[in-house]
Write a protein that binds this ligand. Structure first.
Ligand SMILES: [Zn+2]
Length: 153
């Protein structure tokens, strides 16, 4: 999981902002929540903090809170990462439906999936899907989730 959040951070913050020579490391992975919309569309939400160090400096800046989404569609992964204000807390039905109320989201719901108010069953993430792009495990569990939803309605 830690690899995924740092991949999102690197792609969406470091590369997009063109930050060069900056060192960064995961400080703390605070929350995570795995959701399934359909069998071929799953997404993970994360809260985590990152520490950064400017080029030539030997002092780490204080850590910053980020939200990240890793979405997997048809076996392809899409990354989204956004810095959060400490009190920023956008609404996400996907996390709310799973009781993950502590997970903070960007106030403006653009760029990430917020789920639907009526969707979803409690879902236990066993944290084992940190594999390659075509991760069968994710698809198997996604099918299970769709099946579970049918029974719960
Ligand atoms: Zn969420």
């Amino acid at each position: 999981m830690e690899k995924e959040v740092m991949k999102a951070f690197k792609k969406c913050i470091i590369e997009r902002e063109g930050l060069r020579g900056v060192e960064f490391e995961l400080d703390e992975l605070l929350h995570q929540c795995f959701s399934v919309e359909t069998y071929d569309k799953t997404f993970h939400h994360y809260n985590f903090t990152v520490r950064m160090k400017k080029a030539g400096s030997d002092k780490w800046a204080s850590s910053t809170l980020y939200f990240a989404q890793v979405k997997e569609m048809y076996g392809q992964k899409f990354y989204f990462c956004y810095p959060l204000d400490p009190n920023e807390d956008g609404l996400c039905y996907a996390c709310q439906n799973q009781g993950m109320n502590a997970l903070q989201h960007p106030a403006v719901p653009i760029g990430y999936v917020t789920g639907r108010p009526d969707a979803g069953c409690p879902f236990v993430d066993d944290d084992s899907d940190d594999g390659g792009v075509a991760d069968n495990d994710v698809f198997v569990r996604a099918f299970e989730q769709v099946f579970c939803k049918g029974r719960c309605l």
